[in-house]
Write a protein that binds this ligand. Structure first.
Ligand SMILES: C[S@@+](CC[C@H](N)C(=O)[O-])C[C@H]1O[C@@H](n2cnc3c(N)ncnc32)[C@H](O)[C@@H]1O
Length: 492
């Protein structure tokens, strides 16, 4: 393993610190792991081996996350939007460096992170760090001889994992205790990504794997199955995170057909149905209630067995007093009680299948509408990110980070949802100034890097909001741009 000089110096420094803490574990400047282990006592995990995904270069990837950044942020007024007083940030640069720098101000402060990293398509992976696993290095790490066709997928997986691992490791530290991470991914790295997220967040913090219909089927001519969805892996920082509800669809809302002075409502039988519906399951939920004609009504299941209500007597009397009980007279059965559920303010628990939101075509159209031409491949739909924000329970003043921001979909989602819900969330976008190829229409239109596209899209989305609403001053519709620049003082 070859580390650059700066990293070696940093390691030496950390070793010195360790030596100060545990001097007896050192002799001749070298650490004796046995003694260190003894000194640490039961703080050491003594379970032999460890269940985790391993790949060539993982150790370096882990260390890379620990090495501090040699960059600093540099504010660029002419690339910012608004009067320089915006709390939204647009950071132009490599996201690993940016994430490390953000730790100073945003450690434990971010409510939600959404990322859509480059999917690994088995092409040579273009986004590489200094320590990249190029073909020769990969062969060395895996003790393979250099042969022309050897080990293609293994290297691609390793490259991708070496790239993503340190970034997610550093990003996790930025999340609040009640924060949450969403990662979009496709089949190529889904299995690997799930394992490293389990490792970095803990399996207990896996919230779910959402299957998102892309709205189009690709790869049908490949001889295999066509693909019509990708995934969204969701991890919370800790159990202080709670899943937020999502707005009801038109179809859901159509079920609220009844109306009273409080508004539209739907009804649910007071009697428990399904499992555990017998009197003996909850004896205190078997009691008579009084029907509108004065009859005493008991919970009886089909065929007349003794069943139970959904709640105890006290709670029932409260609902009855507040007019939340609805009675229906059914032929041959008499009076049947129901509980009223109102439409207003109701949300629903999200499921893991999202086939009811805009797909990829609509996402491309959204960008085209703002920028006039199709100049960014594969943006994600704004609606997808809005739903993530809702599920994340991200509210007033919460910060939302996207460190693979591409065309800036997440920023648009934050701005639009803020206005729709009258809240003031803040975004932080990070994007590499990846060069745009010269033979593209984006280049001909004047966009030199992806950052130019991202900033323009956010600017246009903000302008569109400003013309649509009257009190646009209430909302932060700008952003401040920062670029990463070498921190000369750290190079000494
Ligand atoms: C799949 S795209 C994200 C698209 C985005 N979700 C959207 O809706 O427009 C991934 C983005 O990550 C960017 N990227 C790749 N490596 C990066 C790095 N090291 N730092 C910052 N951005 C990076 C790429 O330039 C690309 O724009």
């Amino acid at each position: 393993m070859r580390l650059d000089e700066r990293t070696v110096n940093l390691f030496d420094k950390k070793m010195e610190e360790l030596q100060k803490l545990f001097p007896s574990a050192f002799s001749n400047g070298k650490v004796n792991l046995e003694i260190l282990r003894e000194l640490l006592g039961d703080r050491v995990d003594s379970y032999p081996g460890r269940y985790e995904l391993n790949w060539p270069g993982k150790g370096e990837a882990r260390r890379l996350a620990e090495v501090s950044s040699t960059f600093k942020f540099h504010y660029v007024e002419e690339l910012s939007l608004g009067k320089g007083n915006s709390d939204h940030l647009y950071i132009e640069g490599d996201n690993l460096e940016a994430l490390k720098l953000l730790q100073k101000e945003y450690f434990n402060k971010i409510k939600m992170i959404y990322i859509d990293p480059p999917y690994n398509t088995g092409q040579d992976f273009i986004y590489k760090d200094n320590f990249r696993s190029n073909r020769n290095r990969f062969m060395k790490l895996t003790n393979q001889l250099l042969r022309k066709e050897a080990g293609s997928w293994g290297r691609y997986h390793s490259d991708w994992l070496n790239f993503i691992y340190p970034r997610i490791k550093v990003a996790r530290d930025l999340l609040k205790e009640d924060g949450v991470l969403f990662v979009s991914i496709d089949d190529h790295e889904f299995a690997n990504l799930k394992l490293i997220l389990d490792e970095l967040f803990g399996e207990d913090n896996f919230v779910g794997n959402i299957v998102r219909a892309t709205g189009t089927t690709t790869g049908q001519d490949s001889g295999g199955l066509g693909s019509s969805f990708d995934y969204l892996l969701m991890y919370r920082k800790s159990d202080r995170f709670h899943v937020g509800g999502i707005p009801l669809s038109k179809k859901d809302a159509a079920r609220f057909k009844l109306k009273d002075n409080r508004g539209k409502f739907s009804i649910l039988q007071l009697r428990k149905t399904g499992n555990d519906d017998k009197r003996e399951d909850r004896p205190n939920m078997y009691y008579p209630v009084t029907a509108p004609n004065g009859d005493l009504v008991y919970p009886l299941g089909p065929g007349g067995y003794e069943s139970r209500w959904r709640m105890g007597r006290e709670k029932y009397l409260e609902l009855e007093k507040d007019d939340f009980i609805y009675w229906k007279k059914v032929k041959d059965k008499g009076w049947i009680p129901y509980v009223k559920y109102y439409l207003d303010g109701r949300t629903k628990r999200p499921s893991t299948l999202w086939d009811d939101i805009d797909g990829n075509k609509k996402a491309s159209l959204e960008v085209k509408k703002l920028l006039g031409e199709k100049i960014f491949d594969f943006p994600k739909p704004v609606q997808l990110i809005k739903r993530c924000i809702q599920i994340a329970n991200a509210g007033e003043e919460d910060i939302i980070l996207d460190f693979f921001s591409g065309s800036g979909t997440t920023a648009q989602a934050v701005l639009e949802l803020n206005v729709a819900e009258d809240v003031h969330r803040k975004f932080i976008m990070v994007q590499l100034p990846e060069k745009i190829e010269e033979d593209t229409s984006a280049y001909r239109k004047g966009y030199k890097t992806i950052c130019d596209i991202g900033r323009k899209r956010i600017t246009m989305a903000a302008k569109r909001i400003a013309v649509k609403i009257q009190d646009s001053d209430r909302y932060d519709l700008g952003f401040k741009t920062f670029k990463l620049e070498r921190n000369i003082s750290t190079l000494k």
